[in-house]
Design a protein around this ligand. Sequence first.
Ligand code: FUB
Length: 323
Amino acid sequence: MKTPRYLVKDLYTADPSAHVFNGKIYIYPSHDVESGIPENDNGDHFDMRDYHIFSMDSIDGEVTDHGVALDVKDIPWAGRQLWAPDAAYKDGKYYLYFPLKDKNDIFRIGVAVSDKPEGPFVPESDPIKGSFTIDPAVLQDNDKDYYIYFGGLWGGQLQRYRNNKAIENPAEPADNEDALCARVAKLSDDMLQFDEEPRDVLILDENGKPLTAGDHDRRYFEGPWMHKYNGKYYFSYSTGNTHKLCYAIGDNPYGPFIYGGVILTPVVGWTTHHSIVEFQGKWYLFHHDSVPSGGKTWLRSIKVVELEYNEDGTIKTIDGGGE
Ligand code: FUB
């Protein structure tokens, strides 16, 4: 499949996290809606209220919408804005991880549990203890080790924290200082809590130096994903205001990771957010753009395209079709 394929026509969907469960692809996206809230840097216009989960038997086969899997009105600690989710499977249960603002308008990460990959999911009564910011993505590293990656700048509130603690005067570091990092923590055996203090996901440049906050073309902004290829750990992410999907390669789930290049050039729309999955011997990039809505940044549509590697393990850049 060399031509990208839009997957859902009757809903706006974004931030697709794809996984292979029981031999099928399951997609866990955000469900975009027209909120009527004016566009701003805080992302208030992304006022999503539920999740639908989709599945398909083959990459070009029919896409099944399994209906509402979780609704904000059923989450006890909910304030507003259900953003980009991810899912994981362990010991007969499926876990949906989701960012949501609490009643104080602070983003936290919640977990909901189901017996089936498509839900419905039952939310825990509280968010993960010590969780903050957005965009959870879970790596299953072997039969028992699961790592959760998360974090997003600006509306995602990552700049409000240092060393996992809220700071008094939230701001990004100066341009010549080290960039803020995504966070990673091992998950507890029951998959419901962090098993440790979240750590920095450090991205180094070609000279072994941390990327700087002013390096907007390469520094982490939001939308983490982790996949393994040929024994290496590929950490991929959005650069936010420069609208690229980039990646960095490491030797273990914690890193550090060496910057590797661009996976996807900008799409039509402001955000870019993705997942990477192997299915039936090929690799695929799931992502979104705003072409079907005529460029409305908050009304996005998920799509899939094949992803290819070069012999040296680098990823071939895909044209996103935007500016
Ligand atoms: O969908 C809402 C937010 O937009 C996500 O959480 C970000 O990654 C960006 O795609």
